[in-house]
Design a protein around this ligand. Sequence first.
Ligand code: ADP
Ligand code: MG
Length: 240
Amino acid sequence: MDDVKMFRKRHRIRVYGTDIPNPFGSFDELESKYEFQSYICKNLKNFSYIKPTSIQMQAIPIMIHGRDLMAMAPTGSGKTLAYILPILYDLKGPEKMGYRSLIISPTRELAQQIYREIKKMSIGKKFKICMLTKATAATQAQAPQLREKFDILISTPLRLVHAIQEENIELKNVRHLILDEADKLLELGFLEQTDEIFAACSNMKLQKSLFSATLPSGVEALANNFMKDPIRVIVGLRNA
Ligand code: ADP
Ligand code: MG
């Protein structure tokens, strides 16, 4: 068995798919091997993130290689950082071209947590992050030029679909689409919202990722139907 297989086994990482990038083992490697911007690594240190979790070890290299990803790992295993870090890495810095990353969260509470985590990890770069609410949607409806100032959008599905329908939002430059807690999203009827959301994210280079704590068949179907040659990563025990 080669080193990579051993490493994955030791960290309870299972992978399925083609041309799967190798996992990484320490946050220092992000800077030395992947040339992550030093502000990101500084923030990791300042917030005492010493060592990546298993899902971070495998999901981050997959995302920075631009691959579609279906990631399953238990609650509390650090899935948020697993997609925030590659997003920040790829966005490089703030721009005035409108939303380039879109994170969909089942609830407003989770969206707020994600917002706070991105704020922490982006200290040192002036990214503009929007959490879509009734109030922010109304502001952006009144002042469309405001939308161009933002880089990252976090929203619940219903709020997002509403903004798309009202033409209060522009998603054609979105490069990263993240579905967080995909299992919960599906429970809340996400399938009915996918058509409109995916149609609005019209960028040819759209990368799709989904994160989930459990793997009901609907999550697999979502990956199969909407992703291109996705890599599946499963962390934890086989029957857990
Ligand atoms: P999940 O989305 O998988 O349920 P979260 O992303 O919410 O998990 O992370 C759970 C907790 O673990 C958070 O408090 C987060 O700050 C912390 N955490 C994430 N990554 C690491 C890490 N590499 N080292 C230490 N703590 C971490
Ligand atoms: Mg989470």
